[in-house]
Ligand binder design. Sequence first.
Ligand code: FMN
Length: 325
Amino acid sequence: MSNDTRSLSTPQHRLLEIFSSLELPILAAPMFLVSGPRLVAACCQAGVVGSFPAPNARSVTKLQEWLEQIVSDRDAAAGRGEQWAPWMLNMIVHSTYDRFDTELELVRRYKPPIVSTALGSPARILEAVHEYGGAVIADVVTPALARKAVAAGVDGLVLVCNGAGGHTGTSNPFAFVAEVREFWDGPLGLAGAVSNGRDIHAAQVLGCDFALVGTRLVATEESLVEQAYRDMLVDCSMDDIAATKAVSGVLANWMKPSLAKAGIDPNAESRAQIDFSGNIASANKAWKHVWSAGQGVGQVRRISTVAELVDELHQGYRQSVSRPV
Ligand SMILES: Cc1cc2nc3c(=O)[nH]c(=O)nc-3n(C[C@H](O)[C@H](O)[C@H](O)COP(=O)(O)O)c2cc1C
């Protein structure tokens, strides 16, 4: 697979080309305190788009080290003639996030083929990313926000639906995809409890070009989490998930045993304020002790490597695609 996507005409075409060239059209969801360069490398080597959120690197110096690592792993794989799927960086574009300008400089330098934006308008990064041939995607939780992202000039959308790990949406995927497809025929991804190969196929049947997989990847050996988090994922099922604003101020899905351990009542009024100016450390604290998972957690039956998980998803996907209807 070529890493030079600039020859293709528009960022939208480049995105579609990326996902249609993958045997399994998935994007490993960027996850706070979960995804780092090791997970990115394992995903890209396994043939799916790897990603991480920039704030996972504690400092800008660390972020630069991680980006350096990723491009050198990619170049080494290319040198050995091995596959390496494109990668994605997830950036906070909220106006209070004070690392934004420095991170954008690093984006210009390390040129992630895809950049996704969280907590603000994607318009802030479009020019810089398009300049080097990259594409920008935005997560949205309602059709109104999807329209807003499209108006801002985004190249692809991810519809974050009910039941997603991390900050979740509340929309039903059937209704959400159908409504967005009425005004958006560009690259479209589905997020929220996509947990096995059949789900990935189902996302395509609904009208999406790719799907995000989050929770299942937390339980891999290459994620950054501690072992007890992985073990809790194996032990939990859908009944053990609660959606609440009580942890971070934004609606998110959490594993109830971790909420109970931290003494957090999921029914309590929101306590946290959304402000990224200096509170990555306090966000760190909340997310470190209370563990997020989506409603698909019941599909996590064991801890595996990324390669094993992608293999399993691929097998389920192939079976679903070839199943007579
Ligand atoms: C532990 C955890 C942390 C997450 N952190 C982020 C994040 O920092 N940025 C982001 O855009 N999405 C984040 N997400 C959401 C994912 O990108 C994705 O929407 C979600 O995992 C998909 O649902 P699933 O977990 O049910 O597969 C996070 C999800 C989880 C489980």
